[in-house]
Design a binder for this molecule. Structure first.
Ligand code: C2E
Ligand code: MG
Ligand code: MG
Ligand code: MG
Length: 287
């Protein structure tokens, strides 16, 4: 009963959610053991330079496959982690795995940039800067190849304290990206207030550039805004060649999506990067 009390979700909507609560309780116990046994893994989704088509980096995405329930979507267990105060623990594990992956790739002769997601809510009352610094100390990696994708920036209420945390992390040499740009969870105000290096245009807009003149204009102008202010632009959710080409013509710097590659395991990413290197080498050697 005591354990039960500790796991009680923070947001109880009404008395009618008894079942949901029960379900959450059971899921929470499973999540807790997955965390403590380090069974939450990452997949890496390649990112391409849209001008050259080369894979230049990857985003680390959390994956949890429960023996009984199968794959649980990250949106689901991340919310659960937040509810019970385990988001920092999850971030630490994902960050450590991402830095290990970067080191494995470096030893194989590859130095892609690696992006890791961190929720803006973690900037409010936690020591996220210290956490990132400690991970970099335990798993040394070139910090200039690490990007933190800040999700849910709309939840930041105190911009000045968030800004100082971001600056503290940037002082380590790490870059910052504003994730899901354009949707409600990531508003324009944060763009003025926080020192981002990169804008990641949400797939909601990317996937509509051929059906909605509005979406097309938004993407083209965000790309221009990024260029004029010295930020990197990234488009997520590219699902076909037509979209890939249109984004390149709009001057978007980097692209990510199923058309380029799905999220893959580290060994597959290593293979992809090696094949790419072999394909480029003959040209480089023609001097
Ligand atoms: P996100 O950061 O915007 O990540 C992109 C999501 O879009 C991923 O979903 C990815 O699998 C999916 N995606 C990529 N390319 C395509 C495409 O071409 N078409 C479509 N329809 N989808 C595509 P995923 O892995 O389910 O992650 C969902 C969200 O969960 C992420 O959105 C991110 O906000 C969050 N998340 C994932 N891993 C972590 C983590 O380690 N920490 C935190 N705080 N959040 C994470
Ligand atoms: Mg992301
Ligand atoms: Mg995103
Ligand atoms: Mg998104």
């Amino acid at each position: 009963d005591q354990a039960r009390e500790a796991y009680r979700p923070v947001f109880i909507i009404s008395d009618t959610v008894d079942d949901a609560e029960e379900w959450d309780y059971s899921l929470q116990a499973r999540l807790e053991s997955a965390l403590s046994q380090d069974r939450i893994s990452i997949k890496l989704q390649p990112q391409a330079d849209l001008r050259t088509g080369q894979i230049i980096g990857a985003e680390a995405l959390a994956r949890w496959v429960d023996e009984e329930r199968g794959e649980i979507p990250p949106a689901r267990f991340i919310l659960q982690c937040e509810r019970v105060g385990r988001l920092d623990e999850l971030t630490k594990r994902i960050l450590m795995k991402s830095l290990s992956a970067a080191e494995t790739l470096r030893q194989a002769g590859h130095t892609p940039r690696i992006s890791v997601n961190v929720s803006a809510i973690q900037f409010v009352d936690t020591r996220i800067a210290e956490l990132i610094e400690r991970c970099l100390a335990v798993r040394p990696a070139d910090p200039s190849r690490l990007t933190i994708e800040l999700t849910e920036t709309a939840r930041i209420e105190d911009f000045s304290s968030a800004r100082s945390v971001i600056e503290e992390i940037k002082a380590l040499g790490v870059s910052f990206s504003m994730d899901d740009f354009g949707v409600a969870s990531a508003n324009l105000e944060a763009m003025f207030e926080l020192p981002f290096d990169e804008i990641k245009i949400d797939q909601l807009f990317v996937q509509r550039i051929h059906s909605s003149p509005m979406a097309r204009a938004i993407v083209a102008n965000v790309s221009r805004l990024a260029r004029e202010t010295g930020l990197t632009s990234v488009a997520e959710g590219i699902e076909d060649q037509q979209t890939f080409t249109a984004l390149r013509e709009m001057g978007v710097d980097i692209g990510q999506g199923y058309h380029i590659a799905r999220p893959i395991v580290l060994s597959e990413l290593e293979k992809t990067l090696s094949l790419q290197k072999d394909a480029i080498a003959p040209f480089e050697n023609r001097g």
